[in-house]
Design a protein around this ligand. Structure first.
Ligand code: DLL
Length: 443
């Protein structure tokens, strides 16, 4: 590990002042904001108001933070059903940014930001980066994708706010990433953990020793990763690797972040109210118990979400962190309670694959998704059965179909997919639920 420039666990940064708010004050801020956001959603989002009506609940009945448990949940399907803009709580003229993330079918889900929302997003990202030692004078290489994905721009604005020099490298083009790391001397990197491991491998092949470069801190997220992956990253690159969590629906990256103790992820509770529920019953679980993370945006204007079921499995950690922050910690997310796959940081649902297959003649609804990791990069193969007619046709017909399917998958899933056409009846039939996904990646 490079020394001298790491954040010490107790180094206080003014950007992080709100992380240390007295707990009572913090709870009061949360309650005031919760009441305001419930009122806003009630006034402006028909779906939310009708759900409240079904429960005979009025905004003024939310008088304490524990009353949040009375509020209806919001789920991903609600975003799909109101696609594209049905959950917006601000007129389009106040919306200054749209982002999108995969939905469960062909259409993405759309999220919106007012100027104030962007300010909040920038501030939580700045707090997150500052907590782990990013500061003016740092040069950061941002290898998260820029575009509809929230990763690129979310990190970008947070780092700029701190006065760091941002290199908007975006994802991909590994050799160029390594060239930038050597020639521009970044001290901080942002990436998905798997992509960074790929950079590490490629650098080794090229004879570049990342440990000798100035880079000292990395922020990783957008997909689950483990402590084993963290150790590999830290050792191979000679950096401290921090976990940063978030999701588009709530804001993008910046819901929570580790501190130098790397013992749980601090939730920016003044902006996000966190609960853990039993995914089966929907009941709120006590601190320390594992369940599904449910988040409420406390200050978002354009698209407030009340009790959003993230499908991420975590737990709220009891006790306070040695760093002294009063904002609570959640355990890092290592799995989800639904079938969403994260491939190279991109969210993919098996149902999206199915939707593509259904559009083409000659395929059968029997398919399997096989995930592997080669040189630390996720590979996705879709094996699909073709009809007897196509199979006994000329090879050219198979090739045309294969090409069309690959292109369509890439278009819809936004990631490279290897399509393999297989003979009828070759994919193993299941007696119960079809086993659509074989995940051979080791995380
Ligand atoms: O992945 C936002 C983000 C970008 C977070 C960059 C961190 C860094 P979505 O594309 O909407 O947004 O995907 C959100 O990714 O529900 C989790 O399942 C997973 N995820 C995000 N961060 C982490 C993490 C962005 N640190 C979904 N650890 C979430 C584990 C994560 N899973």
């Amino acid at each position: 590990m490079k020394t001298g420039t790491q954040a010490t666990p107790h180094s206080f940064r003014p950007e992080c002042a709100l992380d240390y708010m007295p707990v009572q004050e913090l709870r009061q801020v949360q309650l005031n904001r919760l009441r305001a956001v419930v009122q806003r959603a009630w006034d402006r989002v028909p779906l939310f108001r009708s759900r409240m009506n079904e429960r005979g609940l009025l905004p003024e009945q939310i008088r304490s933070l524990s009353d949040a448990a009375k509020l209806p949940f919001t789920v991903k399907a609600d975003l799909r059903d109101t696609y594209p803009f049905g959950l917006f709580a601000a007129p389009m003229r106040e919306v200054v940014r749209l982002h999108a993330s995969s939905g469960t079918t062909g259409k993405p889900i759309v999220v919106a930001y007012t100027q104030e929302d962007l300010e909040i997003w920038t501030s939580v990202m700045a707090r997150a980066l500052a907590a782990c030692g990013v500061q003016e004078g740092d040069i950061v290489q941002n290898a998260f994708n820029y575009g509809l994905f929230t990763g690129g721009l979310g990190y970008h604005y947070g780092a700029e706010r701190l006065g760091a020099t941002v290199i908007p490298a975006s994802g991909g083009n590994t050799e160029r990433q390594i060239m930038i790391m050597r020639d521009f001397g970044p001290t901080v990197v942002f990436s998905t953990p798997t992509y960074f491991l790929h950079i590490v491998d490629r650098a080794e092949q090229l004879g570049v020793d990342l440990r000798e470069l100035p880079v000292r801190i990395g922020f990783f997220g957008a997909e689950p990763w483990t402590d084993a992956m963290r150790s590999r990253i830290e050792q191979a690159a000679g950096i401290k690797a921090y976990d940063l969590y978030g999701l588009s629906e709530i804001i993008g990256p910046g819901v929570s972040v580790e501190c130098p103790y790397q013992d749980g992820s601090h939730i920016f509770e003044d902006h996000f109210l966190a609960e853990i529920i039993d995914p089966e019953t929907g009941q709120v679980l006590p601190e320390g118990e594992e369940g599904e993370l449910v988040l409420t945006t406390l200050s978002k204007q354009a698209m407030p979400l009340i009790r959003y079921r993230t499908r991420d499995i975590s737990a709220l950690m009891p006790g306070t962190c040695a760093c002294g922050r009063t904002i609570r910690r959640m355990r890092r997310v290592e799995r989800r309670s639904d079938d969403m796959l994260i491939i190279r940081g991109v969210n993919v649902y098996p149902s999206q694959v199915e939707a593509v297959l259904l559009e083409f003649d000659g395929t059968q609804p029997h398919y399997q998704i096989i995930l592997t990791r080669e040189q630390d990069l996720d590979q996705m193969e879709v094996q699909v059965e073709v009809t007897q007619k196509i199979f006994s046709d000329k090879v050219a017909a198979m090739e045309v179909l294969q090409k069309k399917l690959s292109d369509a998958m890439r278009q819809v899933l936004q990631t490279r997919v290897q399509v393999t056409l297989v003979a009828p009846s070759t994919i193993q039939r299941s007696e119960g639920k079809a086993k659509r996904v074989i995940d051979r990646r080791k995380i």
